[in-house]
Ligand binder design. Structure first.
Ligand SMILES: NC(=O)c1ccc[n+]([C@@H]2O[C@H](COP(=O)([O-])OP(=O)(O)OC[C@H]3O[C@@H](n4cnc5c(N)ncnc54)[C@H](O)[C@@H]3O)[C@@H](O)[C@H]2O)c1
Length: 369
């Protein structure tokens, strides 16, 4: 049994197919593969377990398939990774009728999506997410991108180059999470909780009620949560694919998160940085009277229950964090744009005084002594 949700975005429609065993299904919604050349780009950590079912389906459908591995770290999520995919595509003889398939987490999907968007000015891409985060969020919506070195700093700016490049198909098989470390499963729950805050309180209840099953990547529990989280994402993308308005809300917590994620001393995964970022955003909302303290506390307790951090593990310079926030994509002419939670959803605010941002960072610094 699979669930098929359809994205009706301005640039066209595509399906998101979710189901246990979906990777091995010929009927999962692949476009006509007869005579097509395919480059499968897979995260090296999923190469052994999750690539062969996809290759088998493609080859028996008449495609010629080449496979290459990608190193999935934020340090490697750069232009050089895109160039190596172009190189593999040229060697494999990919033409405008060809297809790239991204198998991996959000990082792989972003890099391969960008390579597909730019190779021969754009060829088809299919997203096969293998992390909870990528299933629930990154694989749907067509955002692709890479990190870019910041001028006169030693850190990378998150996703500062990229393209909107919707996939032809998103194929989600919860069984692929069987090999995902529990820490990364928890990271995916950060984006699911974010979707719940934005548009579906019942999603928060499902996560609360099935946390142990979810942390063990139980396929049925994962399928339930992913289906709900993807539905939230699709609703937003259908109305605002290019992020001119409502889609900005999906960045809830992310302006804070992007400032701490690149700091190697903190060793934070994207989902963990989002978790801390959500708490910083809640601090602002409580101070501004947008949400009650009890609501912020309830979200903090849910994040902790799913084993996510709600504060930094060591103190870092707040001046440096505020400086980094000005490079966020959502900043306009250096003015910070924050997405802040409300009781029912979230709002975009450009008018948050620096003093409040500073106190939000203080609120997620580790307790001293
Ligand atoms: N395009 C978007 O809309 C969007 C949205 C959210 C996040 N993102 C991006 O996604 C990235 C984060 O995604 P992520 O959390 O999936 O990270 P990731 O892709 O880095 O994967 C996390 C880790 O899990 C490993 N892995 C992946 N699948 C596995 C599996 N099934 N078994 C074992 N190991 C596996 C990877 O090698 C990696 O070490 C960030 O770069 C972020 O910017 C993009």
């Amino acid at each position: 049994m699979t669930t098929r949700l359809t994205v009706h975005a301005a640039s066209g429609a595509y399906d998101v197919v979710i189901g246990v065993g979906a990777l091995s299904l010929h009927t999962a919604g692949w476009p006509d593969m007869q005579g097509r050349r395919v480059l499968v780009v897979a995260d090296q950590n999923v190469m052994e377990h999750h690539v062969s079912p996809v290759v088998a389906v493609l080859e028996t459908s008449g495609a010629t398939v080449q496979t290459v591995a990608l190193v999935a770290t934020e340090q490697d999520k750069r232009m050089s990774a895109v160039e190596s995919i172009w190189d593999a595509a040229l060697r494999a003889g990919l033409d405008r009728h060809s297809l790239m398939v991204a198998i991996g987490g959000g990082l792989t999907g972003d890099v391969v999506g960008f390579a597909a968007a730019t190779y021969l000015r754009g060829i088809d891409v299919v997203q096969v997410p293998t992390t909870l985060l990528a299933m629930a969020d990154a694989s749907v919506g067509g955002k692709t991108g890479i990190n870019v070195p910041l001028p006169e700093r030693s850190t990378l700016g998150k996703n500062l180059a990229g393209a909107f490049w919707p996939p032809r198909l998103v194929l989600i098989d919860p069984m692929t999470l069987a090999t995902l470390p529990r820490r990364d499963v928890a990271c995916g729950l950060a984006e699911c909780i974010k979707h719940g805050i934005l548009a579906d309180r019942s999603l928060l209840e499902v996560i609360r009620a099935s946390t142990p099953l979810l942390l063990e990547a139980d396929p049925e529990a994962v399928e339930r949560v992913v289906t709900k989280a993807v539905a939230v994402k699709i609703n937003v993308v259908d109305r605002d694919e290019r992020e001119t308005g409502e889609r900005m809300l999906l960045n809830l917590g992310h302006t804070f998160a992007h400032a701490i994620e690149p700091l190697s001393e903190l060793d934070l995964r994207h989902g963990e940085a989002v978790s801390v970022g959500l708490m910083a955003a809640y601090h602002c909302s409580v101070e501004l009277g947008l949400v009650a303290q009890s609501e912020a506390a309830s979200i903090a307790s849910l994040l902790e229950t799913v084993t996510l951090p709600i504060a930094l593990s060591k103190p870092v310079s707040i001046d440096a964090l505020i400086d980094a926030m000005r490079f966020d994509k959502k900043a306009t002419a250096g003015v910070l744009r924050l997405i802040l939670p409300t009781e029912a959803s979230a709002v975009v605010r450009d008018d948050i005084p620096e003093g409040l941002v500073r106190s939000a960072w203080e609120s997620v610094m580790p307790a001293m002594g």
